[in-house]
Design a protein around this ligand. Sequence first.
Ligand code: AMP
Ligand code: MG
Length: 499
Amino acid sequence: MACVPFYTQRNKLMGYFCYLNKPAHMITFDTPTYLTLPGHFYTEQHPTPISDPKCLLWNTALAKDLGWSALSDSAITALFSGNSIPEGLRPFAQAYAGHQFGHFTKLGDGRAVLLGEQLLQNGNRVDIQLKGAGPTPYSRRGDGRATLASMLREYLISEAMHHLGIPTSRSLAVIQTNDPVYREVVHPGAVLTRVMSSHIRVGTFEYARNFGQASDLEALLKYTIKRHYPELIGTQNPALAFLEHVMDAQIALIVEWMRVGFIHGVMNTDNMSIAGETFDYGPCAFMNSYHPDTVFSSIDAQGRYAFANQPLLARWNVAALAMALLPLLGKSETAASNSAKTLLDDFMPRYQNKFLDMMCNKLGIAKPQENDRMLVEELLGWMEQAQADYTNTFLVLSGDLAPDTIWLQPTFLDWKRRWEMRCGTSGPDLAIMRANNPKVIPRNHLVENALEQAHLGDLSPFLALHDILKNPYTYQGEMAPYQVPPATDDREYQTFCGT
Ligand code: AMP
Ligand code: MG
């Protein structure tokens, strides 16, 4: 593959035209801005080639947004397997640190290589990253690889989140390989192409603070503000304004997770994006029957990242970011920690307000009032005690699903009468309800079945589920089977991280 840099009239490097064999398969990347950061934020690293690459999934809609519609199958397979890197591209692995289940560790991309950056048609800059691309200097004892099942799972759930309208990393491609990946048993391997507005994490700032110079932290802050929060350039205390913007982005994101019953499962600071996007789809899962303590991750025995703990842990992560930014937050350490504390004290009140607005949207209450909180709490309390399905309860309320016997229980009917009274004579706002209550979510048993069939060589259940999840708010005739919760309560279901 050849690659030609191109320049503006003022001789500023603008990007690369890279082509594989023929100009017809030309692919353009933008110049990677991340490489303007000090060198110890990354290590230049090529992906390690894989054998027998086979393109299983290619996201044509996303490819179009990236301006990569014209790529041939062979060019896609060559590039997104990591087997053929255009000359002139400078792939790299990022350095970062993180609090994992509360313990601070030096980390970095152990199995991911960032190919480059690209501008979407809407002007937004994104990272193009290969996950499962082989070892890097940050791999520690890991093999740098990923199993096919875990990459298919990330593709499915990240795209489902996107179509649910939730900020998330996207998935462009899954390329399968015959190379074995050794976990408890041998698995087929795969490389996933992840597209994200950036991979800057809370952990990137922790890395700068703990392993870099003061100038590194300043450089990272300046870069991140320019990339994600340009409106803050020139503000009086940019670090504090930045912290507040990240906090608000995290609050908005967690409220969205709570809206659809999503449990991230591993909200370590290295997995929390500065831009407020969901990413790192390891042990995540969606809740069926409502219970605030729901946790599916096999490595989360204490339930640290359980459903209802997510806002508290997001606050914990924002506090870790504040600690990392401390030298830049105020003129003295006392001033800095006072500012951070005042802001963090406002985390839960801000979250609670957004949570109430979101729940009122789910209930079709257009103008939320403080005493609607009680109505919401009572509904959640009933769901918990009755083990009612979270998603379907709201569909029953909007008349989009016929009530099963569980929704004929007197306690629920009593609550429903009070809700109807609250909504008044015009009734609930059904348009708001339908825009906020998905008709389908990627339920665990459906995801597992799709992955099992894919493992046996039949990708059609996976593709059918993926198709249904593209329009989660619009009823489609073939949706009904996907709306049924698992026959038995799936609270015993377990997800596994980092596979
Ligand atoms: P995660 O739990 O996926 O957020 O990963 C935590 C850290 O472990 C990150 O630094 C990853 O890059 C690294 N890691 C996870 N799986 C592997 C692997 N198979 N090989 C090397 N590093 C890995
Ligand atoms: Mg991670």
